[in-house]
Write a protein that binds this ligand. Structure first.
Ligand code: PLP
Length: 385
């Protein structure tokens, strides 16, 4: 089948797999074994990967903490900041369209007495900077706003948020899982203090990710959530996943080298797909079209049931209704509802996310197949008969 669900996960790039392989077999050492060559080799591989990852986001290698993925990174950022800065305050500002790994961590913190403000988004999926600034209280310690949304691809005004956070002496944490490796995310120019991302969204392996934690102006401190041997500067104990980390490093390097050209190529393909499907009529784009990831389009198809639409072609084309974590339930996407879509239209929306191995032939085939299915289903719809 044609894979157009790159926001859910990406295949490992063959070069990434090749980079990882020796660390499973001949170079299997523990990166914390400082007494022999196998340990040094593993440590060297981790150091190198840390530099590759740092280079992708404009950070210093010492500011990168390896984790098991963005879910863990998000939990460490939120819970670690709340614990560390408890003396300053107990208020967090986030937004209603965040990933569950942020929203549910916030809910957990609320049960422990932390106050959380959930900013709304407008019909384009964007937060209002005035509302953000107005929500800041003396007790506010952290602003947690995602870089780009996983369902719509909408990019928040990150740089402006970072500036507001700095002016008010509040930390800015961003879940950049969908943005890193796809668009030029730069922690210094974007004024980001803490940032999470994940290898499996950028052609690396599953189960490994990173957290950027700023070390200068301001020096950000977090309380560890996993205690043990003191790995990762004490922030995340546990024997390092050396093959996974080496894979993330290589994946980050490949993304850095290809990012500009790939963004352009994919936005052209995305625009071709989107343009052709919009011509069917009764189709609209969910979220802001300008501030959006280059490889994503989320489309609402009127007078069609979303599942029927998917069933029409999902043997041939893999797309998503909602996000991977919520698509098992029949609930309409909370992200699309936050943009103001009625339940019915949210249910009849599909996310197409393109990636490195998407070809023009695949897009042409998708246009044909989806158009046919839409036309067939509309003939059956009671409103059309
Ligand atoms: N944050 C966002 C925005 C995501 O899209 C995802 C992926 O599902 C995650 C966090 C979770 O990442 P991971 O699968 O690495 O835990």
């Amino acid at each position: 089948p044609i894979y157009l669900d790159y926001n859910a996960t990406t295949p490992c790039d063959p070069q990434v797999v090749e980079t990882m392989l020796p660390y499973f077999t001949t170079q299997f050492g523990n990166a914390a074994s400082r007494q022999h060559a196998l340990g040094w080799q593993a440590e060297e591989a981790v150091d190198y990967a840390r530099q590759q990852v740092a280079a992708l986001v404009g950070a210093d290698a010492t500011e990168i903490i390896f984790t098991s993925g963005a879910t863990e990174s998000n939990n460490l950022a939120l819970k670690g900041a709340v614990e560390m800065y408890a003396g300053k305050g107990n208020h967090i500002i986030t937004c209603v369209t965040e990933h569950k790994a942020v929203l549910d961590a916030c809910k957990h913190l609320e049960k422990q007495g932390v106050a959380v403000t959930y900013l709304p988004v407008d019909e384009k999926g964007l937060i209002d900077l005035g509302q953000l600034e107005a929500a800041i209280l003396p007790a506010t310690i952290l602003i947690a706003i995602m870089y780009a949304n996983n369902e719509t691809g909408v990019i928040q005004p990150v740089q402006a948020i970072g500036r507001i956070a700095k002016q008010h002496n509040v930390l800015f944490f961003t879940d950049a899982t969908q943005a890193v490796g796809k668009i030029p995310v730069q922690v210094m120019t974007d004024e980001i203090d803490i940032m999470s991302f994940s290898a499996h969204k950028l052609y690396g392996p599953k189960g490994v990710g990173a957290l950027y934690v700023r070390r200068k102006n301001p020096r950000v401190r977090l309380t560890a959530q996993i205690d043990g041997g003191g790995h990762e500067r004490g922030l995340r104990s546990g024997t390092l996943n050396v093959p996974g980390i080496a894979g993330l490093g290589k994946a980050a390097e490949l993304c850095r080298l290809q990012l500009a050209a790939e963004g352009q190529r994919l936005s052209q393909l995305r625009d071709k797909l989107e343009g052709a499907l919009l011509e069917l009529g009764g189709v609209s784009v969910n979220g802001d079209r300008e501030h959006r990831l280059p490889h994503v389009t989320n489309l609402a198809f009127q007078y069609i049931e979303g599942n029927a639409l998917m069933l029409g072609f999902n043997k041939h084309i893999a797309v998503a209704t909602g996000s991977a974590c919520t698509s098992a339930s029949m609930e309409p996407s909370f992200v699309l509802k936050a943009l103001g879509l009625a339940d019915e239209l949210a249910r009849s929306s599909l996310r197409f996310s393109l990636g490195r191995f998407t070809t023009e032939e695949e897009i042409d085939y998708t246009i044909q197949k989806v158009s046919e299915t839409v036309q067939t289903l509309r003939k059956l719809h009671p409103l059309n008969s």
